[in-house]
Structures are given as structure tokens and as C-alpha cells.
Design a protein around this ligand. Structure first.
Ligand SMILES: Nc1ncnc2c1ncn2[C@@H]1O[C@H](COP(=O)(O)OP(=O)(O)O)[C@@H](O)[C@H]1O
Ligand SMILES: [Mg+2]
Length: 221
């Protein structure tokens, strides 16, 4: 399992978000996480990249356990993950190219290897012609494609996306979902949270977070 929750509890004060929750995902799986706004999807995803830690229970992600999450293991885990947000969170003072390249610079890759990898990812995402543009000059869809590029440039095992289409129109949302599908076809697992059932492609498995529990559901489109 790439991701495994067993009996996980998480609360903000008295406000329970996860209540003895179990959830697991296999390598290469595409999982949608649905549920009403406020049910705890973003909290759940933050537990998946150890931005939050559980009060009790077991979380294992890509071989890392929340029990021994440390200043050393958290950056190591994040190397295996890519995260995409609703509001893109791009670095506004860096170009599209630089928003991807800094991830590889952190790892100390040689400059030529960085350029080749970043340009290959940008080309796959149809962004190569925008490599020297700054985020504020891009459309929402282009900004989200750049953020997806940043999430996959390091070849993660799992991409976590929190309402990635929340700021986009329906046509652009569809385009973004098909990009996640093509990333998944190459073997990367995807965990995508949304409260918008319209964007869900039923090729993925659908899990619902409700009253602190996560269960698989079927949705007719
Ligand atoms: N840092 C926080 N402190 C206290 N309450 C929070 C915090 N973050 C989220 N919440 C509350 O927890 C609940 C779940 O939030 P969230 O995980 O953002 O849900 P979702 O992503 O499904 O909309 C909401 O009621 C929210 O107000
Ligand atoms: Mg949320």
C-alpha cells in the first residue's frame, strides 16, 4: 500500500474530523475523495503529507510512518509526493520554468539534467512556450498546469490534489482532470479531493468522507 490509515483519530479541539478512520490506497491507484465542504477533506490530505499528525492511530505513506515523523523524515517523504492546491501556490517572482526547476535544484541535480527534465514536463503539459512567463500573466488553467508540473517534476509516487479545479471554469476543469488521468496512466497514484461531483470521471475509485469515516461509494454521472 502506498497510503494506509488504520484507526486514525484527528480533532481540532473538540471538533472531531477523523474518528477511528481506515483508508488505504494501492500504488498506481486513482482515488477521488468527496464529501461536503467542511467535512475534513483538506485536513485528511494534510495528514497524508504530514503537515498535520494524528492524535492516535497509524498512518503510513510511501513507507513512512507518522509515528516516527521527524525533521529528517518529513522532507524525505515529501520527495515522494507532489501536492497541488486550489489556489495554485506558485512563486510569483519566478518564471514557469523556475517554478519547476527549484524543486530539482534542492536535490542538487546538474543544471543540464534539470533543464532537460523541466522542459520535458512543460512540453507534456503544453506549457513550453510559456516557460519564461511569470504566473500572474497566465490563465487559471495555465497556472494550474504549471502547479501540476511542479508536483510531478520530481517523479513522485503519489500526487495529492486539494480541490484542484475549484477556481476553474468547467471546460478548464475537465482539461485538468484529463491531465491527472494521463499522469496516472504513466503509473503515478493520484488522490484528488473535491466537493464537485461533476468533475469526477468514474474510472477512478471514489471515497466519501462523512462523519469522521471514509468509505467507498458509487456515483452515477
Ligand atoms: N486549523 C484549524 N483549526 C480549527 N478548525 C479547523 C482548522 N482547519 C479546519 N478546521 C475546521 O475543520 C473542519 C474541516 O475543515 P477542512 O478539512 O478544511 O474541510 P474540507 O476541506 O472538507 O472543506 C471545518 O469545520 C473547518 O472549519
Ligand atoms: Mg478543503
Amino acid at each position: 500500500m502506498i497510503l494506509d490509515f488504520k484507526g486514525v483519530n484527528f480533532a481540532y479541539g473538540n471538533h472531531k474530523i477523523l474518528d477511528q478512520s481506515d483508508f488505504s490506497m494501492a500504488e498506481g491507484e486513482f482515488a477521488y475523495l468527496v464529501g461536503k465542504s467542511g467535512c475534513g477533506k483538506s485536513t485528511f490530505l494534510q495528514l497524508c503529507y504530514f503537515n498535520l499528525l494524528p492524535q492516535s492511530g497509524e498512518i503510513k505513506i510511501c513507507g513512512f510512518s507518522a509515528k516516527d515523523a521527524s525533521q529528517k523524515s518529513i522532507p524525505q517523504l515529501r520527495q515522494k509526493l507532489g501536492v497541488v492546491f486550489q489556489d495554485f501556490k506558485l512563486l510569483s517572482d519566478r518564471t514557469v520554468f523556475e517554478n519547476l526547476s527549484y524543486i530539482l535544484e534542492i536535490n542538487g541535480y546538474p543544471r543540464k539534467k534539470i533543464r532537460n527534465r523541466v522542459e520535458a514536463v512543460l512540453s507534456d503539459l503544453g506549457l513550453l512556450h510559456l516557460k519564461n512567463a511569470f504566473p500572474k500573466t497566465l490563465s487559471g488553467g495555465e497556472q494550474q498546469r504549471t502547479a501540476i508540473g511542479r508536483a510531478i517534476v520530481n517523479e513522485p509516487l503519489l500526487v495529492i490534489a486539494d480541490e484542484p479545479t475549484g477556481n476553474l471554469d468547467p471546460a478548464t476543469s475537465e482539461e485538468i482532470i484529463s491531465i491527472f488521468e494521463s499522469i496516472n496512466r504513466k503509473g503515478t497514484a493520484i488522490l484528488l479531493a473535491t466537493h464537485n461531483y461533476d468533475i469526477i470521471d468514474t474510472k477512478g475509485r471514489i471515497y466519501k468522507l462523512e462523519d469522521g469515516k471514509i468509505g467507498r461509494v458509487k456515483i452515477k454521472n
